[in-house]
Design a protein around this ligand. Structure first.
Ligand code: DCM
Ligand code: DCM
Ligand code: DCM
Ligand code: ZN
Ligand code: ZN
Length: 263
């Protein structure tokens, strides 16, 4: 996601934290964040170049046209080093954060662990962050978003959200966040418990989130799109509900994960 997508995931999550998790987040955030996790939710994108090892942790490449994801097959970087993908990173930073509150000081930088976990929980819900290998999750597919040049990956990171904000939200991301929070308590209320649950028992379950993403990538993101496709209202109106759902699920699951870690 772009800045607004990540901000939305983190704002939805922070509003759902237990007292214990809210206190831990407050403790771990730098004072400059003013207790607002959203203000640092895109930090992981800013340090990609400085922490070069971290750039592979934002996504998963899956086999072309298969539309499935398997951890042991797919969670590796371009050099084949295993666990270096967004699902592995979510496991890793969750494990690090579990050392919070131990008697001995943690060997990890738990502020960075929190910022990475919050960011990667967003990215794993972006369908094209679990896309095909040869097109780099839609990065090599040139399209037009209405009259402007774009690439399919950027359409899903940013363009759909920007167009929704312009059309429905007075170009104010806070209105998008409010609308999604209303949907979470009303329209989606019955489903939220299933989003929060993890069949493996222990939160988080990044393999579930990644499998959902590649299915949505095939059924919605890639579907009907080819090189130089012009994407406009028909695509926007049918894909926006998917984007809204994935942002909401990312926020709900980030909160559930932090509540579990710090609870
Ligand atoms: N890892 C994991 N589960 C854990 C701990 C680590 O999947 N409980 C994975 C994710 C990390 C990788 O191990 O990306 C090793 O991370 P690194 O070598 O970057 O520290
Ligand atoms: N990305 C991806 N899959 C890839 C490569 C990149 O999902 N195989 C993501 C990471 C960024 C965006 O695409 O969100 C742009 O990547 P980059 O900045 O590496 O071009
Ligand atoms: N929406 C939005 N901003 C609003 C109102 C709605 O972004 N002020 C989004 C959230 C809704 C979507 O539009 O989920 C409409 O899709 P649906 O009717 O499927 O919920
Ligand atoms: Zn992206
Ligand atoms: Zn990212």
């Amino acid at each position: 996601w772009g800045v607004d997508g990540h901000l939305t995931v983190c704002r939805i999550a922070q509003a759902r934290l237990s007292d214990a998790a809210a206190n831990a987040v407050k403790d771990l955030l730098p004072a400059s964040a003013d207790d607002d996790l959203g203000s640092l939710c895109s930090w992981a994108d800013e340090v990609k170049f400085h922490y070069r090892w971290s750039s592979a942790l934002h996504f998963i490449d899956t086999p072309d046209n298969l539309c499935t994801y398997q951890y042991t097959r797919d969670c590796k970087d371009e050099n084949g080093i295993k666990d270096r993908c967004v699902a592995g990173a979510i496991n890793n930073y969750t494990t690090q954060l579990l050392s919070y509150g131990n008697d001995a000081p943690s060997q990890y930088n738990l502020t960075e662990a929190l910022l990475f976990l919050a960011h990667f929980m967003g990215d794993i819900h972006q369908p094209l962050h679990v896309g095909f290998t040869s097109d780099k999750g839609g990065n090599t597919i040139d399209v037009h978003w209405y009259t402007r040049k774009s690439v399919l990956h950027h359409v899903w990171d940013d363009n759909i959200i920007e167009t929704a904000e312009q059309r429905y939200d007075n170009s104010d991301v806070n209105e998008l966040i409010d609308a999604l929070q209303k949907n979470i308590t009303d329209e989606w209320a019955d489903k939220v418990k299933t989003w929060e649950a993890c069949s493996s028992g222990k939160l988080p379950c990044p393999n579930v989130y990644a499998s959902e993403s590649i299915k949505a990538a095939c059924n919605w993101a890639y579907k009907g799109v080819s090189e130089n496709s012009v994407l406009e209202d028909n695509y926007f109106l049918t894909r926006l509900p998917v984007v809204n759902l994935r942002l909401a699920q990312g926020g709900v699951r980030l909160a559930a994960t932090l509540n579990s870690i710090f609870g």
